[in-house]
Ligand binder design. Structure first.
Ligand code: CMP
Length: 140
């Protein structure tokens, strides 16, 4: 099963990309694809379209387009649930000890990492950032 992780602009600015990637791979996830990119406001709005009506949509899309991000396509049995466990609660104040958000996030809005919330969204979100042909399990 696949899931999409994004290391968000706050964590990139804190220079903890390497530590987060290490924690992800040490937890049994295989990296199928990874890149550092900057997305436009419009791309952030498209990625988070499901949250369009939420009061924090403007803040969220401004933040996600404020600097480089690192989308990572991950593979693991039970990837979606296991990755959400690894990153911890959306609000770092509620995240369990040792989770990525507990370790590196500063607030609900600037919470260091994103993880897909379902298997379907995992597939869709991986496809948002990666062409199928550039993922490691599709090279022949
Ligand atoms: P993420 O997993 O990327 O999915 C949606 C994001 O919206 C979430 O992480 C939070 O960073 C952000 N978010 C959720 N609730 C709020 C809020 N009340 N204020 C600002 N951002 C929020």
């Amino acid at each position: 099963m696949r899931t999409l992780a994004i290391i968000k602009p706050d964590a990139v600015r804190k220079n903890v990309v390497g530590k987060i990637v290490s924690q992800i791979t040490e937890s049994g996830f295989t990296v199928l694809g990874m890149k550092m990119i900057r997305i436009s406001r419009q791309q952030a709005e498209a990625f988070y379209a499901v949250h369009r009506e939420r009061p924090f949509f403007g803040e969220l899309t401004e933040f996600m387009s404020s600097g480089p991000i690192v989308p990572i396509a991950l593979e693991k049995d039970n990837a979606v649930t296991d990755f959400r466990g690894l990153i911890g609660a959306t609000n770092p104040a509620e995240a369990a000890e040792g989770t990525i958000r507990k370790l590196y996030a500063s607030s609900l809005g600037e919470n260091a990492v994103h993880g897909s919330d379902s298997e379907d969204n995992g597939r869709l979100e991986v496809a948002f950032f990666f062409a199928e042909a550039e993922l490691a399990d599709n090279l022949s």
